[in-house]
Unconditional design. Structure first.
Length: 244
């Protein structure tokens, strides 16, 4: 049977619909958790922006050197999110790496390929969440080695975050961090919290802690904030400021 095929002529020149802000999210290629957390929070809160993921190379183990090396690929990772299109915000999602690479270097790398985008990192979001919640001093729980944890603490201290205690799990592979069961995370949180702390920060985008914040808070009797929850909150704050 012969089928008649016709061309449909589009009547107008196509232009990108820019009514909703656009957010690019750079995630480690070894991270099992961030996208899962982000999509869950996005579905629950229904914010007014569109989002686009890209993965960036990371080679375990988690060391200061390997985490710093991620910065070398940030410009390309940003460029590959909707190439040749501007984005309103680009987020680098890795707490330890962003604290080591540093705010200025991250912004410079991303602006090489997306010069008009606002830039956010997980570490910046953690600082913003600490200040927004009015905490004076906190305890911190990380899955990293003490060497990596100390570099994160240094970043937080330089940006006005006071800590009264720190606990690390001394894990070397971020893929293993994603496999920590709920009961292990809660047990670690109970061991990490200090009586003088206003709350507990649980670090790492790979740790599945954001989804169990209520359970952790019930177990320790104090507020909890996490890398992925803080990042999502700060993205919403930035987009709201763009829309206002």
């Amino acid at each position: 049977m012969t089928i008649e095929s016709k061309k449909y002529n589009i009547s107008e020149t196509l232009t990108r619909n820019t009514e909703r802000p656009s957010v690019g999210l750079i995630v480690l290629n070894t991270d099992f958790t961030f996208e899962r957390d982000f999509v869950r929070m996005y579905s629950e809160q229904k914010p007014d922006y569109d989002f686009y993921f890209n993965r960036i190379h990371f080679a375990n183990p988690m060391t200061p050197e390997s985490l710093a090396a991620i910065g070398d690929d940030l410009s390309e990772a940003a460029a590959l999110i909707l190439p040749n299109y501007d984005l309103d915000l680009i987020v680098f999602n890795c707490t330890s790496s962003s604290s080591i690479v540093g705010d200025e270097a991250i912004e410079f790398a991303i602006h090489e390929s997306k010069p008009t985008a606002k830039v956010l990192s997980t570490s910046q979001a953690v600082v913003a969440n600490f200040k927004a919640r009015g905490f004076k001093k906190i305890s911190i729980l990380t899955p990293y080695s003490e060497e990596v944890s100390s570099l994160l603490r240094g970043y937080l201290e330089r940006n006005g975050v006071e800590m009264v205690s720190s606990m690390h799990m001394d894990m070397s592979d971020d893929r293993d961090v994603a496999m920590l069961p709920t009961e292990e995370i809660i047990s670690a949180a109970k061991a990490a919290i200090h009586e003088d702390a206003d709350g507990l920060f649980i670090s790492c985008t790979a740790m599945r802690s954001a989804e169990i914040i209520p359970e952790i808070e019930a177990a320790i009797g104090k507020p909890v904030f996490t890398s992925n929850q803080a990042t999502f909150d700060q993205i919403s704050n930035i987009i709201e400021s763009l829309n206002s």
